[in-house]
Design a protein around this ligand. Sequence first.
Ligand SMILES: C[C@@H](O)C(=O)SC[C@H](NC(=O)CC[C@H](N)C(=O)O)C(=O)NCC(=O)O
Ligand code: NI
Length: 145
Amino acid sequence: MVKYLHSMIRVSDPDATVDFFKLIGLEEVRRFDVEAGRFTLIFLAAPGQEGVAEVELTYNWPAEDGSDPEDYGGGRNFGHLAYRVEDIYETCLRLADAGHTIHRPPRDGHMAFVKSPDGISVELLQDGKLEPKEPWANMENTGSW
Ligand SMILES: C[C@@H](O)C(=O)SC[C@H](NC(=O)CC[C@H](N)C(=O)O)C(=O)NCC(=O)O
Ligand code: NI
């Protein structure tokens, strides 16, 4: 059954944002530094909502020369809504058959991105991981954010 996971927002000051959400009663659940992509992900949740309804903060590090990050979602603060699905291939096929573009196909059998009719990014995460299969396995991204 489909399950809401999180909403992602891009932040310029991760610690100030964590402190802000702590004032509302949320707590930091986990944090990942992704060296290759030069960004940090911080997941927050209300007590008892861990893994159920989270906020994902994305902090794009400044470029090595201190300038703005190169890759920051096109400057959009709002990133995506994320859902866990039973079968990511079936879900993507249903969306594609209805005429929607899977701009980040589920090549790895785990994660895909699609945009709503107004261009809101939606992340689909497979519960577990499926074996790569065609036509998704070798499909190129047709866009990012
Ligand atoms: C862990 C999972 O829930 C994610 O959302 S990772 C998705 C990934 N995020 C990034 O690459 C963050 C850095 C990037 N520069 C950005 O600002 O998004 C991703 O594919 N993001 C694209 C998106 O549409 O959210
Ligand atoms: Ni996400």
